[in-house]
Each structure stands twice: as structure tokens, then as C-alpha cells.
Unconditional design. Structure first.
Lengths: 100, 165
């Protein structure tokens, strides 16, 4: 039986990789993927903690995180596509205005 | 034996996560993200969260990965990150900062929660399976989630529709 702390440490590592991706990349698509990595790391930690306490509450919470992440990806990608249709370039550094 | 499995999965998951943020081609990043999500699903299986592993494969490795690939097809990317980067110096700053964050996280984990005595003696003491919990204790969040998904659906259609003239 692998102790849960290993899972939580792995989850911390994944989260930091996601943070790094958000910080160093300019492509909004890759930034979105990094955000997915972070959400997944949080889910892994939730499930590991739930397993440690012998309860499925953590799994229920992770399930809701997944649903929210799915909605977030759908809306975020739609925004990215809308921005691309507007200005044909895609770099987060150039997106400094909110209006079209 | 479980340690070997965990180590293998940890290498796959960590390596693919690093790949997502390091490869230049977004389509490769999307494929590596799928590998990563499938690896996390296998970790869920090791944690006896079978239902969650299935949902992970269906929702993440299935739907979200396909969504990413579709977005990449629509956007024709690959040209965004080739130009000169005016913020290059600042970006290198991110690496030590991320290392610091990792150190902090591990220190916090080391110091507090996981040092207490193991409480895994009784797996699932309440005996409630996940599906029953979702429709009893978590019924309200469950319904809110469905409203959220509907809102996202309508929002996406409103965002991407073309003006009919």
C-alpha cells in the first residue's frame, strides 16, 4: 500500500508544473492546459486525502471540480476562438483590452 | 509491487506534465495532456476511486482533450511563440519562483497533515457509496453543477456565434 503522502507530494509537483506553465508560456491554449494540470493536481490531492480518511467525500468534491473544469474549458476556448476571429493573433501579452 | 506501479505512474504523469509546458507545438501538448490525464485516472484506480477514474477518462481524456484538439484545428496555431519575446527575462524568473512554491508546499505537507497517525483503518466507515452521497448530502451542489453546465453551454453558443447579416 503506497502511503497517501506520496500521492499528495506528486500532486504538489503537478500543481507547480502547472503554475510554471502559466507563467512561462505565451500561447493561451497552452496556458489553459496548464490550468487543467493544476485542477487535476488538486483533484488528486482531494482523492488522496479522502482515501486516507476512508471517506468518499473527497471523491464527490473532485467530481464537482471536474464538472466545473469542463465548463471552464468550454467557455475559455470559446473566448480564445472569439479573440482569434477578431485579431488573428494569439498571444496573451498583447491582450490588454477587454473591449472588442 | 504497488510502489513500482506508483513510481511508473508518477514518472509518466510528471514527465507528460513537463512535456505539456515545454513542447512548442500545441497539438503535441494536447496529446501529452491526454497522457497525463489518463495517468491520473490510473492513480485514482490505485486509490480505489474507480468511478472517478472512469469519469476522468470520459470527461477529461475524452471530452476535454477533443475540445482542445478542435480549438487547435480552428486556430491554426504554432506561429504565436516564434517572435521575439520582450518579457524573456521576467519569464526566467518564473523558474526559481516555482521551485520556491514547490518547496513551500512540501514543507507545509511535511510539517502538518500527513504526520498524524494513520486513520485508514476503516475504509469508508459510513459505508455510503459515492452515487448515494451525490444524491443525498451533495444534492444541492449536484444541481448547481447542472445549472452551471447549462450556463456554460448557452455562454459558449453566445460567444462563438457569427453575426447573420
Amino acid at each position: 500500500m503506497v502511503p497517501e503522502s506520496y500521492y499528495v507530494a506528486l500532486s504538489a509537483g503537478l500543481f507547480v508544473i502547472g503554475v510554471l506553465g502559466v507563467l512561462i508560456r505565451r500561447d493561451p491554449l497552452v496556458i489553459f492546459m496548464s490550468i487543467e494540470l493544476m485542477l487535476n493536481a488538486a483533484n488528486l490531492a482531494l482523492v488522496a486525502f479522502g482515501h486516507r480518511h476512508g471517506s468518499v467525500d473527497g471523491q464527490a468534491l473532485a467530481l464537482f471540480v471536474m464538472a466545473v473544469a469542463a465548463a471552464e474549458v468550454a467557455v475559455g476556448l470559446a473566448i480564445i476562438v472569439a479573440i482569434f476571429q477578431l485579431r488573428r493573433r494569439l498571444s496573451v501579452d498583447e491582450l490588454s483590452v477587454m473591449r472588442g | 509491487m504497488p510502489y513500482a506501479g506508483f513510481l511508473l505512474l508518477a514518472i509518466v504523469v510528471g514527465g507528460s506534465a513537463l512535456g505539456v509546458i515545454l513542447v512548442r507545438n500545441p497539438i503535441h501538448a494536447a496529446l501529452l495532456l491526454t497522457v497525463n490525464l489518463a495517468g491520473v485516472a490510473a492513480l485514482y484506480l490505485m486509490l480505489q476511486a474507480q468511478f472517478l477514474a472512469l469519469v476522468q477518462v470520459i470527461v477529461y481524456a475524452g471530452a476535454i482533450a477533443v475540445l482542445f484538439v478542435f480549438a487547435i484545428m480552428v486556430l491554426i496555431p504554432g506561429k504565436e511563440e516564434t517572435g521575439p519575446d520582450p518579457l524573456r527575462g521576467y519569464r526566467w524568473l518564473a523558474v526559481p519562483l516555482a521551485g520556491l512554491l514547490l518547496l513551500e508546499t512540501l514543507l507545509v505537507l511535511r510539517s502538518s497533515v500527513l504526520q498524524s497517525a494513520s486513520v485508514t483503518a476503516a475504509p469508508n466507515p459510513s459505508g455510503e457509496p459515492l452515487y448515494r452521497l451525490l444524491l443525498t448530502d451533495f444534492l444541492f451542489p449536484f444541481e448547481v453543477t447542472s445549472v452551471l453546465l447549462l450556463t456554460a453551454l448557452v455562454g459558449v453558443m453566445a460567444l462563438t456565434k457569427r453575426k447573420v447579416s
